[in-house]
Design a protein around this ligand. Structure first.
Ligand code: PHE
Length: 354
């Protein structure tokens, strides 16, 4: 019997050695250790043995059973580790691959054209000595309206359809907070945090509750600019605006100045450029007039300087609010502003810069 055990064990080890699949190993296990398996049968046969034989054979059979169990466990464990290692090796990322090799397999991001143009303009203004400021999207009435010479009930509040926040804890239904309708809010923040002379720009998103069409979006981008000092004139304003536009378009662009009304500037202007999409012939972007409103601007109203803590008898200045989306549209010949936020990869991939 002992010899039979030894033979069985040897047969088992050589069978196990040849196997490499989990299912086959489990089959082998049940051939030997299963209810009707070879070892189990030997153990069951002990019943008919003499006590002497039982003493010898019992522990020996149990020992073989435990060894088989151990060998099976370690083989299964090894299989699992091999599988993990194989996966690790095959999924390894080669970080030394060059961009062009990666690009053939993967989509990767690019810079949004509004961001592109914004950084370019920031560089132009930085080189002309301007600071770059930022401000919150959620604003109060003071910064969006009052400090900009637009008191409550002033009809100019209706010029910009505003998204108001309703405060659920307020006792009255007075609405004090809003999504900023223009970046002019940062004029106020800029004035109160510095002493003249100063010059800064402030790019950012603005929000208006408007119907969308080819040239209007509810969320769009402006770049505010302000320069305050002594004896600043309309000629200074025009100089800065023209230098900016010719840098951006890399050529002289045709501009025209019209009177424009904004309560926070006096005099106020609309600076238009000749539509670069239709060269002035008329299209959906310029609403068939051939000119595009790009740069509302003007000389800062004395009331605004006062609200910013600046003495209007001593200092004056200019301000402008450049529409970044329209600028992008002019530069890249995009005929519908809605493409800019459309999240269509076919559109954005055209601006990949790396
Ligand atoms: N804030 C104005 C608007 O959004 C633009 C503007 C800015 C006009 C600065 C004049 C001076 O319509």
């Amino acid at each position: 019997m002992l010899e039979k055990l030894e033979k069985l064990f040897n047969e088992f080890t050589s069978a196990l050695e040849k196997l490499s699949k989990e299912a086959e190993i489990l089959n082998l296990k049940s051939e030997y250790l299963g209810k009707k398996g070879a070892i189990s049968q030997i153990l069951a046969g002990l019943r008919d043995c003499t006590p002497e034989e039982k003493k010898q054979l019992g522990p020996a059979a149990n020992e073989v059973k435990n060894k088989i169990q151990e060998l099976i466990n370690s083989k299964l464990q090894k299989l699992e580790i091999d599988a993990i290692n194989e996966k690790l090796a095959s999924e390894r990322e080669d970080l030394s691959l060059t961009d062009s090799v990666m690009a053939s397999n993967n989509h990767h991001g690019g810079i949004h054209p509004v961001t592109l143009i914004q950084t370019e303009i920031e560089d132009i203004f930085l080189s002309m000595g301007f600071d770059i400021l930022d401000g919150p999207h959620i604003e109060d009435e003071f910064h969006n309206f009052e400090a900009l010479n637009i008191p409550a009930d002033h009809p100019a509040r209706d010029m910009q359809d505003t998204f108001w926040f309703h405060d659920p804890h307020a006792e009255t239904d007075e609405k004090k907070f809003l999504l900023r309708t223009h970046t002019s809010t940062i004029q106020v923040r800029g004035m109160t945090s510095r002493k003249p002379p100063f010059r800064f720009i402030a790019p950012g998103k603005v929000f208006r509750c408007e119907r969308t069409d080819a040239s209007h979006e509810m969320v769009f981008h402006q770049l505010e600019g302000m320069m305050v000092g002594k004896d600043i004139s309309v000629a200074n304003l025009i100089y800065f605006m023209k230098s900016l536009l010719s840098e951006i378009f890399k050529k002289e662009v045709e501009v025209r100045l019209r009177p424009g009304f904004f309560p926070f500037v006096e005099p106020g202007f609309e600076l238009d450029i000749k539509c670069l999409i239709c060269s002035g012939k008329g299209c959906s972007v310029c609403k068939q007039v051939g000119w595009v409103e790009l740069l509302p601007c003007g000389m800062v109203h004395p009331n605004v300087l006062k609200a910013g803590g600046i003495d209007p008898d001593e200092f004056n200045g200019f301000a402008f609010g450049l529409g970044l989306d329209r600028l992008v549209m002019m530069r890249y010949h995009i005929d519908d502003i809605r493409h800019l936020h459309g999240a269509d990869l076919r559109f954005s991939e055209q601006f990949k810069t790396f």
